[in-house]
Design a protein around this ligand. Structure first.
Ligand code: COA
Length: 137
């Protein structure tokens, strides 16, 4: 699918991550592809690193001829169900249209920097925190 990208793909290198980097991370098992008939996503799953357990949505790409037909949103929703368990999922994107798209998919704008808009999807249930054993007074 990445090989079938259009020139537009280059405009959307949202995190300044190159194809080569994405492929390398997938090959190394640090990121995974999620694929539909017309769309592909690249996800770094949660828990990939003990110090940084949040997952990242690195890329969503819908074939140009299949856009605005719900494929992007359907894939992102599937990604959320599969990958957002105990920790938030974060992404960095550019432009109001993409912020709107990801809002529609269930992400919220967290903050904006020179690098772009950081968006986050929180897990549905807060992570269970073990309660300290109660002590006798
Ligand atoms: C952004 C992208 C993934 C959207 O996928 P899509 O399949 O066309 O989007 P959907 O049909 O699922 O649309 C979902 C919602 O987002 C909105 N939306 C989609 N594209 C939009 C656009 N360009 N501008 C404004 N809103 C947009 C739709 O209106 C829809 O909301 P609605 O159903 O309430 O009207 C697709 O256009 C794409 O691959 N673009 C190039 C790559 C890219 O920019 N990826 C995102 C950053 S990695």
């Amino acid at each position: 699918m990445l090989a079938r990208k259009s020139p537009e793909f280059d405009d959307i290198a949202t995190n300044n991550l190159s194809d080569a980097y994405l492929l390398e991370e997938v090959a190394a098992g640090r990121a995974v592809f999620e694929v539909d008939e017309h769309a592909v996503a690249v996800v770094r799953p949660e828990g990939w690193h003990p110090d940084q357990p949040a997952s990242s949505l690195w890329l969503v790409y819908v074939e140009p001829g299949a856009r605005r037909a719900g494929h992007g949103r359907a894939l992102v929703k599937r990604v959320i169900v599969k990958h957002v368990k105990d920790y938030p999922m974060v992404l960095l994107c550019h432009g109001e249209a993409r912020v709107r798209f990801f809002r529609r998919c269930g992400f919220a704008l967290d903050h904006t920097t020179a690098a772009g808009s950081w968006m986050v999807r929180m897990p549905r249930k807060p992570r269970r925190v073990a309660r300290p054993a109660s002590r006798p007074a």
